[in-house]
Design a protein around this ligand. Structure first.
Ligand SMILES: NC(=O)c1ccc[n+]([C@@H]2O[C@H](COP(=O)([O-])OP(=O)(O)OC[C@H]3O[C@@H](n4cnc5c(N)ncnc54)[C@H](OP(=O)(O)O)[C@@H]3O)[C@@H](O)[C@H]2O)c1
Length: 380
């Protein structure tokens, strides 16, 4: 089914800020046909084709957030195929008011789709993504399986969406920690060029999936539960996200290092990271220190961040205004604040970056990639 909806009506709200526009579109989409589709500015409110969408890992934290984001953004879905593990087969999930049954990945492959949004872990992606791609399905993958592969693009649409070409059938979504960091760095790197930096993270338990939320909640109730972390997480901070490598860093910390270079297309950026898991459920926070090649003025930094699509500047510390995961939760934007020049190095900048890792860090970016491809005519 082809389902084009012209969005000329929305041109009249061009004078609004992006959040105003999205709010207006949100209100509009509640009464509009389900084929209505919109996105951030980069999609240019283009015509969108209705798609057969498969969500692999649909019962997980990222998968469920994807379904919510698809609904919220009015993504044009002509058919929805939901995939999860054997234990969830036959269960039903409500999407846009209708129940959809969870099927096996084998069934989903047979059913065919235009686009498959994968969030069921790296092993599933490595085993199945190519099989979907061989059938012409565009796979957008949330796992780390293809992120550093030289044959696959690592995409944040606002930053490098235009790198995508017709032959890119398996597209990688960046790691959530890298995603929000690179969103904040991009406008500054373009202007002042980031040379090196240090990133310390305060990562939400939602980054480890639903079992981690279960551990945190059970600890708070005083119940026994199978632990996903090696220690208690409530009332604690674990300087340990993902698996330790021989060099003393964790895989998560090395993802920040390598993925930043790949997304910004600059091998000379050297970031070191300490990733810490904290008993928070609303999003990841990052204390970011970067050194630039060029001199900067804080006012210009503020302006560049304010003007970048998908970033919100919250920087009024005298009035206790700065980004926090409690406020970022459920929001698609990346929030930046606590801007200040380093005390020892005049080309050094400190900032605090917060985002909902399940949204821009995973589900939202995946759907923005699909929107971007749709707006560029990937599906005709
Ligand atoms: N959480 C984040 O912030 C985040 C951010 C970026 C990327 N990611 C990546 O996204 C993926 C999912 O993360 P999550 O947090 O959503 O994890 P999760 O809550 O544990 O969900 C995992 C999902 O995968 C499904 N699954 C497991 N084994 C499967 C199998 N053999 N066949 C089909 N489906 C299977 C699960 O189905 P059942 O419910 O039936 O078990 C569930 O739907 C991971 O690769 C993760 O690294 C997560």
């Amino acid at each position: 089914m082809l389902g084009y909806t012209q969005l000329d009506e929305l041109d009249s709200i061009d004078g609004f800020t992006i959040p105003d526009k999205l709010q207006a579109l949100d209100n509009y989409s509640q009464t509009a046909p389900k084929t209505l589709c919109y996105g951030h500015e980069f999609t240019n409110f283009a015509y969108m084709r209705s798609l057969r969408v498969a969500v692999v890992g649909a019962t997980g934290l990222v998968g469920r957030t994807m379904l919510k984001v698809l609904e919220e953004r009015g993504f044009p879905v002509s058919e929805l195929i939901l995939v999860a593990s054997e234990k969830s087969l036959g269960s039903k999930i409500v999407f846009s008011g209708s129940e959809v049954e969870v099927v096996s990945i084998e069934n989903a492959l047979e059913m065919g789709a235009d686009v498959a949004l994968f969030s069921a872990g790296g092993a599933i992606s490595l085993k199945w993504a190519h099989k979907f791609a061989e059938k012409g399905v565009t796979v957008i993958d949330n796992s780390s399986a293809f992120r550093m592969s030289p044959n696959h693009k690592l995409i944040i649409p606002e930053i490098n969406g235009s790198d995508l070409v017709e032959g890119d059938l398996i597209i990688a979504n960046p790691n959530c920690t890298t995603m929000q960091l690179v969103m904040a760095l991009k406008p500054l790197h373009d202007r002042f060029r980031v040379k090196r930096g240090v990133v310390n993270t305060y990562q939400s338990v939602t980054g480890t999936g639903q079992a981690a939320i279960a551990q945190l909640e059970a600890e708070r109730r005083g119940d026994e539960v199978e632990k996903v972390y090696p220690h208690n997480i409530d009332m604690n901070c674990l300087p340990h996200c993902d698996v330790f490598q021989e060099n003393g860093y964790t895989k998560e910390e090395m993802k920040v290092h390598f993925e930043t270079k790949k997304i910004l297309g600059d091998e000379e950026i050297h970031l070191s990271c300490t990733a810490v898991r904290v008993p928070v459920a609303g999003g990841h926070s990052e204390a970011v220190y970067v050194e630039f090649e060029k001199d900067f003025e804080l006012e210009e930094v503020r302006k560049l961040l304010e003007e970048f699509d998908g970033l919100i500047l919250e920087d009024d510390p005298q009035n206790n205004v700065y980004p926090m995961p409690l406020n970022a939760r459920g929001n698609d934007d990346v929030f930046v604040g606590r801007l200040r020049r380093d005390l020892a190095y005049e080309k050094g900048l400190h900032m605090w970056v917060v985002s909902d890792n399940l949204r821009k860090g995973a589900a939202t970016n995946t759907i923005q990639i699909a929107e971007y491809l749709n707006s560029k005519g990937r599906w005709g």
